[in-house]
Design a protein around this ligand. Structure first.
Ligand code: RIB
Length: 305
């Protein structure tokens, strides 16, 4: 089956500790548990889109180590096309060092490893996947030049191009905006992109309007428990979040992006896709870990507020 959703992005092994709180600079804290869990924003979004109903292909790179094999195998188990998950000899697989505290907040340090090898030429070797896609998704855990290349190519091909600018540390290259159909930042990413404070639907609307003025097609700012703010040239709409008791917010944003993309690829309206992604993300925060927390299509369909 040809993949309708193609993700160009990162694969990380997440090394996750739970601790009562996040450590301060110079402090040693006793953690309560440690697990290794498949993650990486790109791979998480691929798993989310697949579990939530889409046929999916992943373009990315892993090192030639055990983590690389485990991450590939995790994607294959979900039925994801991994022909474009390339193994880089002599390189380590990307890792994310994650601490989750008792308030279910997290802090993450990533080391790129294989993700740093996702070059434009690697992607060009799998251009047929981009040609066959309906929706193409990028994030920012692979080299910036590659992200720009994919956004441009996706736009040239007339595909629906989604950019989740995570993790963003500052403004994006201006020329990218015209290639992006849906820009999906969270609060802090919207702030990094615009320089505006974003902590509410009203402030998200101001940031979204700035981003629309830069040439992006449509914007969805995710606001955690405050929901999501959709903005296009024609309209602005706030979507409240489903109420859940959070356990671990890791990969909630990825679950939203994957669910939103799967619903769009299935022909759903933007509003339906946002609500679907929100329910999926809400369910994901009730469970621990990145990929293990992502719900299935049936779970989202069966969700009762
Ligand atoms: O978005 C969550 C992801 O960010 C984690 O799985 C981790 O790998 C980091 O990339």
């Amino acid at each position: 089956m040809q993949a309708k959703v193609v993700i160009v992005g990162s694969l990380n092994m997440d090394l996750v500790t739970r601790a009562p709180r996040l450590p301060r600079a110079g402090e040693t804290l006793a953690g309560q548990s440690f697990v290794t869990v498949p993650g990486g924003k790109g791979a998480n979004q691929a798993v989310a889109a697949a579990r939530l109903g889409a046929s999916v292909a992943m373009i990315g790179c892993v090192g030639d180590d055990a983590y690389g094999e485990q991450l590939r195998s995790a994607l294959l188990t979900e039925g994801i096309d991994c022909q474009a998950v390339t193994t880089i000899a002599g390189e380590s697989t990307g890792v994310a060092l994650i601490v989750v505290d008792d308030n279910s907040q997290n802090a993450i340090v990533i080391v790129a490893g294989g993700n740093g090898h996702v070059s434009a030429s690697v992607v060009d070797g799998f251009d047929v996947l981009l040609q066959q896609a309906e929706v193409i998704i990028c994030q920012l855990e692979v080299p910036e030049s590659t992200v720009g290349h994919v956004l441009k190519r996706g736009h040239e091909l007339g595909k629906t191009v989604i950019l989740n600018p995570a993790p963003a540390t500052g403004p994006l290259p201006e020329q990218w905006y015209g290639w992006v159909d849906y820009l999906i930042p969270n609060e802090s990413e919207a702030t990094a992109l615009t320089g505006l404070p974003v902590d509410s639907p009203a402030s998200a609307e101001s940031a979204a309007k700035t981003l629309l003025a830069s040439g992006v097609g449509k914007v969805v700012v995710t606001l955690g428990e405050q929901g999501a703010l959709f903005a296009s040239q024609e309209r602005v709409e706030h979507f409240p979040a489903p109420r859940v008791k959070p356990v671990d917010t890791t990969a909630a944003g990825d679950t939203f992006v994957g669910g939103f993309a799967a619903a769009l690829a299935d022909g759903k309206s933007e509003a339906e896709a946002i609500r679907f992604g929100q329910i999926a993300a809400a369910l994901s925060v009730t469970r621990s870990g990145a990929q293990p927390s992502i719900p299935t299509f049936a779970e989202v369909q069966g969700y009762q507020p």
